[in-house]
Design a protein around this ligand. Sequence first.
Ligand SMILES: NC(=O)c1ccc[n+]([C@@H]2O[C@H](COP(=O)([O-])OP(=O)(O)OC[C@H]3O[C@@H](n4cnc5c(N)ncnc54)[C@H](OP(=O)(O)O)[C@@H]3O)[C@@H](O)[C@H]2O)c1
Length: 341
Amino acid sequence: MALPSSMKTLLQASRDFTALISTTSPLPTPSHPSDVLVRVHATAPCAGELFWVVNFPDVIPASKELVPCQDLAGTVVSAPPDSGFAPGDRVYCRINAERAGAARDYALARVDELAKIPEGLSWVEAAATPLSALTAWQALFVQGPLDKAGLDKNNLQARRANGYVRVLVTGAAGGVGSWVVQLAALAGAKAVVAVCGPDKKEAVQQLGATEVINYRDTTIENWVAVGPEARECDLVIDMIGGKTLAGCWSAVRAGGSLISVNTPPDVVKPAGLDKELAKSLFFIVEPLGSNLIEIGELIKTGKAKPTIDSVWEFDDFEKAFERLESGHAKGKIVIKVSEEA
Ligand SMILES: NC(=O)c1ccc[n+]([C@@H]2O[C@H](COP(=O)([O-])OP(=O)(O)OC[C@H]3O[C@@H](n4cnc5c(N)ncnc54)[C@H](OP(=O)(O)O)[C@@H]3O)[C@@H](O)[C@H]2O)c1
């Protein structure tokens, strides 16, 4: 198939400003041995991503072409021989934030980032999945103590071990949080405590939350104080940072794990708190296709699914980012790139 010579593209116009412009640019050319050229059908932005270039200069190289939206769902145009991918394959992935994103008609992903889209998942659903599901997967099963083997209901040993783990998650109805709730429940955690606003209670319960804290009614500290022995958790996963993360220190039991994907927990540790944890850490998601294959199995068998807040036309990218940065999304915000999406 003949490729066009230029394509529509979103660009962060300057490293100093978060404003985006819609423009045209030449198609990207594979230059790395594992580059796969993909025709993009749908993509999804991540909360706060337009600030990364300023906030994470060590992660985002000066040479990055500032195309936003690292989540990709599309069709392979060309792939290295023996890569396991061929033209026409329906694929999805998280493109490493070091490289240009997928808010354009064609994008480059690396072989080890990609996975084939599970049957039955639409372009929009596929674009909603990679970053959020990967972050939740790695928070629970790589950084956290839950055993992914417990996702198999027949693995009684793993499920018995997971059955001792109480999990609490903030931002529970957002993109990442909605996956944390589902995966923790599926893996057989003892309890899944979801911290969210009042309008999201039902949604998180449907995903598997066993207890819900309405953060507009009470603080995490006050909720725990009612009965610390029963309410403290073994694993606390935070999306929000600030006062919410500070409050998470009261929710994690001594010897437990406190993980944030927003801010290093020690930065907001309450002064004078004498509590030793097994782990308190911030991590950046690894864009691994191998994890996406495992997540895809859960999707294929109907055990898990992405939660979608809203779907936007490409030209409405400003509205999509406004909705995202409102901080109140119920799942992922997806931008359609091609007519097929
Ligand atoms: N480190 C990494 O690798 C990594 C990876 C992915 C994401 N992240 C970061 O993780 C964060 C979450 O991302 P996301 O995509 O899940 O965000 P999102 O989809 O925008 O979710 C935001 C959610 O947070 C809830 N919320 C807001 N304030 C809250 C509070 N005080 N307590 C509890 N819930 C609250 C909102 O619900 P209400 O409407 O009810 O307020 C909303 O559902 C972002 O900061 C993002 O940059 C980091």
